[in-house]
Design a protein around this ligand. Structure first.
Ligand code: ADP
Ligand code: MG
Length: 228
């Protein structure tokens, strides 16, 4: 395991319950090294989304420590719950205006981040005219434009067809390498494991296995532990 100083995400002994007697995370610990792309696997209801929400600060833990390098970008399963502006460029610019950047600075950030996800040509396109995969890339561009250090993605391919699915995961892999970002990607689709540096398996509120994605893939393919 890496040392805490090189981790972009470090959680230690994290506990969380939605209500008394309904524990979701119990002394859960994990580290994601800076500049790496890791995936989080686990059966439905194992607490993956809850963990991501805790990491993003959207929920408060009952106990335990969370260290995460800000700013954090979050990509949800359904981009229609995330994209708020009428066009691609306006959506990516949205948070930047509130950060107090000048108009030329905003323009430069928008162009740079749309180019990073191969969407520069669609800058003026209405959001409703995009495919699901393109919408997810707009959400990712929004995080890149805010110069996020960490990207948290909660089943971002769940609503995509297989081609767009693999296109998106390859895109995130490329972004992590080219910009030194750290990404934690929740999925239950084992073919996505080809693209990451490492993976965690969450079970009953704890990380029960972690490391080489291909080893985890073999384990899950051979065992009865279906993720669906
Ligand atoms: N808002 C909520 N209120 C109460 N219980 C919740 C809420 N969200 C999730 N849960 C419960 O927490 C557990 C973990 O859910 P979740 O984190 O969504 O799992 P996963 O993303 O791995 O499918 C489940 O038992 C789920 O029913
Ligand atoms: Mg979930």
């Amino acid at each position: 395991m890496t040392s805490g100083s090189t981790a972009a995400i470090n959680i230690h002994d994290l506990c969380f319950s939605w209500s008394k007697g309904k524990t979701v995370l119990e002394s859960c610990s994990l580290e994601v090294p800076k500049g790496e792309f890791w995936m989080l696997l686990g059966t439905n209801g194992s607490g993956k989304s809850t963990l991501l929400r805790l990491l993003a600060g959207l929920l408060k833990p009952d106990s335990g420590e969370i260290q995460i390098a800000p700013p954090i970008g979050f990509v949800f399963q359904n981009p229609d719950h995330q994209l708020v502006m009428p066009t691609v460029g306006a959506d990516v610019a949205f948070g930047l205006v509130q950060e107090g950047l000048s108009i030329p600075q905003v323009r430069q950030r928008v162009e740079e981040s749309l180019a990073a996800v191969n969407l520069l040509a669609l800058q003026r396109r209405p959001i409703y005219a995009l495919s699901g995969g393109q919408k997810q890339r707009v959400a990712i561009a929004g995080a890149v434009a805010r110069h996020c250090e960490v990207l948290l993605l909660d089943e971002p391919t769940a609503l995509l067809d297989p081609d767009s699915q693999l296109d998106l995961v390859a895109q995130v892999q490329k972004l992590v390498k080219s910009r030194g970002l750290t990404a934690l990607w929740v999925t239950h689709r084992l073919d996505e494991l080809d693209y990451c540096d490492g993976a965690f398996l969450l079970e009953k509120g704890q990380v029960v296995d972690q490391g080489d994605p291909q080893r985890l893939r073999q384990r899950l393919m051979q065992s009865e532990e279906s993720l669906d």
